[in-house]
Design a protein around this ligand. Sequence first.
Ligand code: 2PG
Ligand code: MG
Length: 431
Amino acid sequence: MSNATAIDRVMAWEALDSRGTPTVACEVRVAGGAVGTATVPSGASTGAHEARELRDGGERYAGRGVQQAVSNVERILGPAVHGHDARDQAGLDATMRQLDGTPNLGRLGANAILAVSIATARAAAAAANVPLHRYLAADGDPLLPMPMINIVSGGAHAGGAVDVQDFLIVPVGAESFAQAIEWAWRVRRATASVASERGLIAVLVADEGGLGPSLPSNRAALELLASGIARAGLQPGAEVAIAIDVAATQFVQGNHYHLAAEDRTVDAAGLLEELAEWRASYPIVSLEDPVGEDDWDGWRDASTRWATDLQLLGDDLFATDLQRLERGIDMGVANAVLVKPNQSGTLSGAKAVVIRAHEAGYATVVSARSGDTEDDWLADLAVGWRAGQIKVGSLTRSERTAKWNRLLRIEKEAGGRAVFAGRAALGRRRT
Ligand code: 2PG
Ligand code: MG
């Protein structure tokens, strides 16, 4: 009998993401009949160092079509991996990377390659008759991640309402994943009611399902969120803390940072000073991309200042890239890594970043993209890789709830064996 896990058929098609933009979907079938599918996400605040998605250009879908990437899956990647054992993820990903031949996977498209990479893992898990998270986990009980939940959005996800992109909460005092989600629901509802009382529009949502009210300043968004936490009856700091994704790469202007909402321009030191002031007023436990993706000096200053008592999370800085993470470790920059599989382009590439981060004492936060889909594989990655934290956007919109719902189910299924990562998952330099 031939190997039941040999890849037998690879099919792809053009699907839509949550912004209605085309994205790559793929199905991999192995010889024994097991099937895996995957749809890939896409960012808006994309960094320069991410793997490249392939877009068609031209008139169709205003240039955002992915027919070429789909064709690359079916005509180039599929035939090349035919007969490959789906259980050999590292070998499969290396083959696809070689075939592309560029460092950023821009020739065949990181969107094409990631779709095959994840669909193959799913097919292998199906062939083994285990859930994806179990297939990905070497051993140990399921580790449910601490969620980071977006409540108020700004930046590229909310038409530039305020400069800072994400104002999130971390339910640090929760004892289970399910409790963390219920607390987040309370905060979201309370924040929306405070916003409407103040005459702000709280019924329309931003790209990730967060509230995107028009506010006079970044600080006003923090104040709104803090009021929401208080109104929800949860203790600020002890039960529910705040995380910010500054996404500062988005407002770099030369050597400076332009805060358009406040019409001010500051240098890196000025921006860090501003963040220090916010931190003095609000229970902030995590700062993502406080300065731009290539501002290593700014990052070093932020790390010297805060790395021992605040999670400093690199998104655009590391771009889920091992070499950039190594540089950060060498320089003592940041203490946590945002892990977006499509920044890397393969499952193995993203996993290598998680493993290296943990070895070096860095925390990891597995993250969705602002353009995401109803697919829920990210939740299984977070559990299987024991990432410790996950960031999926808000609690509304199905592309977000798909991931939360998957985690709620995994926690339920694991019963007494489920371990919730809790507040200990947050990054801190411990030297
Ligand atoms: C981020 C993500 C998710 P995007 O910056 O962390 O919030 O946004 O997918 O647009 O890069
Ligand atoms: Mg980010």
